[in-house]
Every structure is written in C-alpha cells, then in structure tokens.
Design a binder for this molecule. Structure first.
Ligand code: KG4
Ligand code: ZN
Length: 347
C-alpha cells in the first residue's frame, strides 16, 4: 500500500492531504484565503503566495499528526507544479521538493488540471477510461476526452473567460460578495431567471467551444440600465446569468458527447459545485444513456487529495517521478491542441 502526501497551492486554497492508493483519504486540511482577498474583491497573487508560505509548513505537520503518521511513513510526495499563480505554485513545489529530499522519497509534480481530471476516480472506483470530462473552474472551461492517465484530448475550450471567472465577475458587479460562485448561486435561488433576456454565447455553433465574456457584459448592461438596482434585481440577474451559463454548458457538452466515444460523462472543477449545473449535466448524461459522475463539492473545488490521487494514478500507470520539474504558470493538459480562434491568454 502506498501513502502519498499531496500539496496544493496554485490559487487561493492552501491544502495538504494524505491519501492511500486504495482511495482512503487518511487526513486532509484545506485553508481558504477568502479573508485575505475579500477586501480586494478578487485573488491578489502576491498575498496568496505569502499566505501559502506561512500556512504550508504548519499544515503539513497538522495533517501528518491528524493521520497519526511521521514523514518517514509517507511513500511519495506530490505537489501542484502548475498551471496557476506562479508564486503560490513555487511555494508548494519547493516545499514538496524539500520534503522529498529530506525524506528521500520520490516527488510527483502534478498538473493541477490533471488533478481535477482524475479526481472523479478517487471516489468512483468503477469509473473507467475513456470518459468525457467537462472541466469548469475559475481558470479553465474545457471539454476533454480522458483516454487514460496522461492521455487527454481537448475537444473544446473557452475563447475568452472561464465559467468560474464569469461567476466571480458577475458577483462583483452585482455586489454579491466574494467568493463569487457560491454568492451567485445563493442569490439566484431567490431570483426569477426569466425576467431579463440574456445571451447564450456560441450555443448552436458547430464546434463545442465556450464563450462567457459577452454574457458578463450583458449582465453589466442590464444592471446599468436599472435606475437603482435592488436586492431583488440582483437576485433576478444572478438567476438569469446562472441559467444562461447552464444552457451554454449543456449545449456544448451535448455537442462534444455526440463526437466522442465515452463510457461516462464527468464534471469537475469549482463550478461543478453548483447544484443547478450538476442537475442539468446529469440530464445531459442520461439523455446519452451514460452514467454521470460528479465528485462531491469539496472535491470539485481546489484540494490536495486530488493532487495526491493524481500521483497514485501515475504510480499505477508506471510513470516515473519527476522531482526536477519546474513550476509552470501555464501548462496545457493537451499540448497538441490548437489555440482556438479568438482565444485570449486563458486557452
Ligand atoms: O477549481 P477551483 O476551486 O479553482 C480553480 O482551479 O480555478 O474553482 C474555483 C471557481 C471560482 O471561479 C468559483 O467562483 C467557482 O469555482 N465556484 C462556483 C461555485 N463554487 C465555486 N461557481 C458556481 N457555483 C458555485 N457553487
Ligand atoms: Zn482548480
């Protein structure tokens, strides 16, 4: 049995986990930096990196204590090596390299997106390859054919904003608070999704790509046209926005399912924590006669269990450790995928 210590620090969650290759999560801690970033209405990279540096060492000691193990009981170390905010990635990766060196254990430098992509298999032991993955987070919105460990074929991506990024921006412009996704979901629960007509960018287009920038701008225009937006207006706009995002995700996923061989439809990433998104995607899978797999909400948002698990998958697959790997701010899962037309920096 292999015990893996995982570290995640690519954005605004500091997380450490101990995971066994039989899928047991021995211990884990996740510290959100919400309080640090709330005054700024978004993640401040420099502050995020400092919080990771301060938080990681005590958290590693805490997780080892929670699991009742010492560092020498750990068989392998795994850390996110990108993509993400580079200061935070470096804090986690350097810490992991130091631990691996001190304990003479192999280090696995994990692609954060691979962590999300394989996370469903941590909880669904019977989930086999290939599956279609909708990866919807704050930094990414992609449809991927997951053909095996290390074998990801990108079928679609966003040509502008990621879905989670749009949730965060809309929350900010509606004054709903930070972090944005859960705030929009809460406000939407009390709103009328049909009151405002909002666009569904790219719905019906041939390729399964995504676009959310125009939807966000439409929310801004509606808000600015209201004389004095009330809480009820914000709720209706949040509901309308969320319904539009759901329609886009559903239409794009259907299109990708039609052009790929998959044994299951899987969703992962922070936006997959949204109940309306999950319910709609479950229907898409059902209509294609496929099982639907969505990890529990805590495993959808950033965590270290998925990073440790990605290393477990690589060990099963016989992939060698990569202790010399650099920290990478950008690191596509499918390096062969063409940049999409209109794509900005977040391909
Ligand atoms: O995967 P994640 O934790 O970090 C990244 O790798 O980006 O995803 C964070 C994103 C944020 O944009 C956040 O607003 C969004 O996921 N999110 C949600 C919800 N919970 C988190 N979006 C919609 N509804 C939610 N309940
Ligand atoms: Zn993530």
């Amino acid at each position: 049995m292999t015990l893996i210590l995982g570290i995640e620090s690519s954005c605004d969650e500091t997380a450490v986990a101990l995971v066994r290759d039989d899928r047991t999560i021995v211990a884990q801690r996740i510290a959100s930096q919400d309080a640090t970033h709330r005054p700024f209405g978004g993640v401040v990279p420099e502050l995020a990196a400092r919080d990771h540096v301060e938080g990681l060492t005590p958290m590693i000691a805490g997780v080892l204590a929670d699991g009742g193990v010492r560092l020498r009981d750990v068989d392998a170390i795994a850390a996110t090596a990108g993509p993400g905010l580079i200061g935070g990635v470096m804090a986690g990766l350097v810490t992991a390299k130091a631990l691996a060196f001190a304990a003479a254990r192999p280090l696995y430098a994990v692609n954060h997106l691979e962590g999300h992509a394989l996370s469903p298999r941590l909880v669904a032991a019977d989930l086999a390859f290939p599956y279609l993955l909708l990866l919807v987070s704050g930094g990414h919105c992609q449809l991927l054919a997951v053909e095996g460990v290390g074998r990801y074929r990108r079928l679609a991506t966003t040509i502008d904003d990621a879905a989670g990024e749009a949730f965060d921006k809309v929350a900010k412009l509606l004054g709903l608070g930070f972090p944005g996704g859960p705030a929009v979901e809460r406000a939407a629960a009390a709103g009328d999704p049909a009151r405002f007509a909002l666009p569904r960018p790219l719905v019906g287009s041939d390729d399964p790509n995504f676009s959310f920038a125009g939807l966000k701008s439409a929310v801004l225009r509606v808000r600015d046209a209201l004389p004095a937006p009330t809480g009820a207006d914000a709720a209706d706009l949040a509901a309308g926005f969320q319904a539009a995002v759901v329609d886009c995700l559903v239409d794009r996923s259907r299109r990708a399912l039609a052009r790929t061989q998959a044994t299951a439809f899987v969703v992962a990433g922070g936006v997959a924590a949204n109940a309306a998104v999950r319910a709609a995607l479950a229907e898409v899978a059902g209509a294609h006669g496929l099982p639907f797999v969505a990890p529990p909400a805590w495993l959808c948002t950033d965590n270290a269990a998925m990073i440790a698990w990605a290393a477990a998958e690589r060990i099963f697959a016989g992939i060698a450790p990569d202790g010399d790997a650099p920290a990478r701010p950008r690191w596509p899962l499918d390096p062969t995928a063409e940049p999409v037309r209109g794509a900005g920096v977040k391909a």
